[in-house]
Design a protein around this ligand. Structure first.
Ligand code: ADP
Length: 351
C-alpha cells in the first residue's frame, strides 16, 4: 500500500489519464461527469455535457432506439453504433457498473472504448473470408466437372466437344489466375512490400497478351474486343506483368459488368503532356457519380445484392496502386450512349 496515494487530485489525474472514456450518469440519464477520453469520443466537453441526457450526447446510429433503453435492456452490452457530435460514426464497446455517489444517490459508470477501427477491420475480414471461398469454389467446381467429363468420355468425344471442354477449363484457370494475382498483389500492398520492376516494353505486345488472356472470358459472353493503337507506339519503361494485370482487370470488369453480345473497346492514345492514356469502354450500367471516388477502394462493390457477377472488390484497388506506382493516374467517365470508360495514364518518361 506504500505507493497508494489517496489524494483527490491524484485520483482525478488518474481518471483523466485513462485511454477509456468514463461517463457517469444519474438514474434519469443525466450526465454528471465526463473524462478527457470521453470528451474526445463524444465530441462534447464536460462543461457542455453536464446535466444533458446521455441520449443526446451519444445518439445511436439507428434512430429507433435510445442509448438508455439499450443500456437497461442488456446485461452484457454488445458494441454500440453511435454518432458523435461531429457526425462521425463510432462503434463503442461499453461496460457499465454501479456507483454509490457521496449523497447516497445511485449512479452508473460507463467505461467506453472506441473500437471503430477494430470493428471495421473485423467486418472486412469476415466479408473477405465469406467471399473468397466462393470465388475459388466456382471456377474449381467447373474445372473439376470438365476434367471428369474429359476423363470419362475422351474416346467418344468429337473434336468440337473436346475443344468445348478445354475452353471451359481455360476459362476457369484464367479466372483463378486473375484471382490469385490480385490476392498476392493485395497482400504485398498491405504489407508495404509492393514494388514495380520496370523494363523497356513494347505496349502492343502487352495488349496482345492481355487480349489472349481475356479470350475465354469474352467468348463466353459473346463479346469482341476492338483495339485502337496509335501508328507509332514508343517503347516505354514499365512493369510489363503488372501492366498486363491492369489491362486484364479492366477488361474483365468491362466483360463482367457489360452486356453480352456487345463489343468492348480498348484504346491507347499518346497525349500532348507526354503520357499515354489507355481506356477501356463498355456498354454496362455505368457507375453513379457518387461512387466514382470510392470505387477504386478495396472491397467496394456496388449493388452487392443484385450484382449477378462474382467478385471480391480487389481488382480496381490493385489497378490504382499499380498505375500510381508508375506515376500515372486512374479515372472513369460516363460513356456517351451508355456505359463506362475506365482509363489510366502512364508517363512516357525514358525508355
Ligand atoms: P470485383 O469485380 O471483384 O467486385 P473490382 O474492384 O474490380 O472488384 O470492382 C469493384 C466494383 O466496381 C464491382 O463490384 C462493380 O460493382 C463495379 N464495377 C467495376 N467495373 C465496372 C464496370 N465496367 N461497369 C460497372 N460496374 C463496374
Amino acid at each position: 500500500m506504500s505507493n497508494y496515494h489517496p489524494d483527490p487530485q491524484w485520483a482525478d489525474n488518474l481518471i483523466q489519464s485513462l485511454p477509456q472514456g468514463i461517463i457517469t450518469i444519474e438514474e434519469s440519464g443525466q450526465i454528471v461527469f465526463l473524462n478527457r477520453a470521453a470528451e474526445h469520443i463524444t465530441g462534447w466537453t464536460m462543461a457542455e455535457a453536464l446535466g444533458k441526457s446521455i441520449n443526446q450526447v451519444l445518439p445511436l446510429a439507428t434512430a429507433k432506439e435510445q442509448f438508455l433503453e439499450h443500456l437497461t435492456h442488456a446485461t452484457a452490452i454488445p458494441p454500440i453504433n453511435a454518432v458523435n457530435r461531429q457526425g462521425r460514426d463510432v462503434t463503442l464497446s461499453i461496460t457499465a457498473t454501479n456507483l454509490e455517489a457521496a449523497n447516497g444517490a445511485h449512479q452508473t459508470v460507463l467505461v467506453i472504448r472506441d473500437v471503430t477501427t477494430e470493428d471495421a477491420a473485423q467486418r472486412l475480414r469476415t466479408y473477405f473470408l465469406a467471399n473468397i471461398s466462393h470465388e475459388f469454389r466456382t471456377p474449381l467446381s467447373a474445372l473439376k466437372a470438365s476434367v471428369e467429363l474429359l476423363l470419362e468420355g475422351v474416346d467418344g468425344f468429337t473434336l468440337n466437344e473436346t475443344l468445348e471442354l478445354v475452353r471451359s477449363i481455360h476459362f476457369s484457370v484464367t479466372s483463378l489466375q486473375t484471382l490469385v494475382d490480385n490476392l498476392l498483389e493485395s497482400v504485398s500492398i498491405e504489407a508495404g512490400r509492393f514494388r514495380i520492376r520496370r523494363r523497356s516494353t513494347d505496349l502492343s505486345v502487352l495488349v496482345t497478351e492481355a487480349s489472349t488472356l481475356m479470350k475465354p472470358l469474352l467468348e463466353r459472353r459473346n463479346q469482341t474486343l476492338i483495339t485502337h493503337l496509335p501508328d507509332q507506339l514508343p517503347q516505354i519503361s514499365v512493369d510489363p506483368m503488372r501492366l498486363t494485370q491492369v489491362l486484364v482487370n479492366l477488361l474483365s470488369n468491362a466483360s463482367k459488368y457489360g452486356p453480352t453480345d456487345e463489343p468492348i473497346e480498348l484504346a491507347l492514345v499518346l497525349q500532348q503532356d507526354d503520357t499515354l492514356k489507355i481506356s477501356v469502354s463498355d456498354r454496362g450500367s455505368g457507375i453513379p457519380a457518387e461512387d466514382k471516388e470510392n470505387i477504386f477502394r478495396r472491397f467496394i462493390r456496388l449493388d452487392e445484392k443484385d450484382n449477378a457477377q462474382y467478385g471480391i472488390g480487389l481488382g480496381l484497388s490493385v489497378v490504382k496502386t499499380i498505375v500510381e506506382s508508375h506515376g500515372g493516374t486512374v479515372g472513369l467517365e460516363e460513356r456517351p450512349g451508355g456505359g463506362s470508360i475506365f482509363w489510366f495514364t502512364i508517363p512516357l518518361g525514358e525508355a
